[in-house]
Design a protein around this ligand. Sequence first.
Ligand code: DO4
Ligand code: MG
Length: 294
Amino acid sequence: MRVIRFANNKSEAMLGAVTDNSEIYPLPYLDFMDLVANADKRGITPLALVQEFIGKACALDVPLERLNLLVPIVAPEVWAAGVTYERSRQARDYESTEGKMGAVTIYDKVYDAVRPEIFFKSTAARTVGPNEPVFLRSDSKWQIPEPEVGLVIDRAGRILGYTIGNDMSSRDIEGENPLYLPQAKIWKNSCSIGPAIRLNEAVKDPYGFEIVCRIFRDGKKVVEEHANTSQLKRTFDELVSYLCRDNVIFDGTVLLTGTCAVPPNEFTLEDGDRIEIEIATIGVLINPVKSQVR
Ligand code: DO4
Ligand code: MG
């Protein structure tokens, strides 16, 4: 069972449930956290509440592809974990040593350390949803999408569901100096999440998500990378526990869990590209790429 947000024909935001048979039911809750709060009040899981509701409701007569999907949760904050996969460590070693790999880097150290890398990624105002453009930085010549599993958590650090995130990154800015990380990671429209949230209780094995990232240019596929959350160095609970430690966390925070699919080193995004990130049981997050208009 997945939860989506979509705009109805009066352009009002609605919450919806998508069953494993792709039936869509509008839900009578303001947003995802309102659904969770109602389930908590009843002492049942969000999945049980949705199932109870759709047992008495009528499915929409519109396929998912025809809905105007919105960001599935207006996350007050998006945080991200880094170097949680061997592939991310290799890519960072490459960009920070200008390809002269060999010496031990900070990325090697953080990959092996007990404490994970957790950084601030985005706010609601900088985060876009399905089909909205992600922007390129005007001062970077090497930019890529980072396809990641996103955990939707509450203030207590409960993992409520799983979504897809794109942690847009500037490889040359981060490679020049790791202290530039906030500039390599945070700018207008540099984060995308969606298209749906798969409820935690509807996920059998979160370490079995297959992630596919495709990038299209002039209608042709120019990148296709595959990865799997079984390759994660750390557990999702471990990442959430470090994020929450001695911190203030808001309901509906999203934690991106690191990238494991990196385009070839010679690749950089261009205006007009289209990024597709797919996790079969969550959906396909599609975003066009645009230069910023200054
Ligand atoms: O260390 C910098 C960022 C790492 C990251 O975003 C990732 O591994 O996904
Ligand atoms: Mg990342």
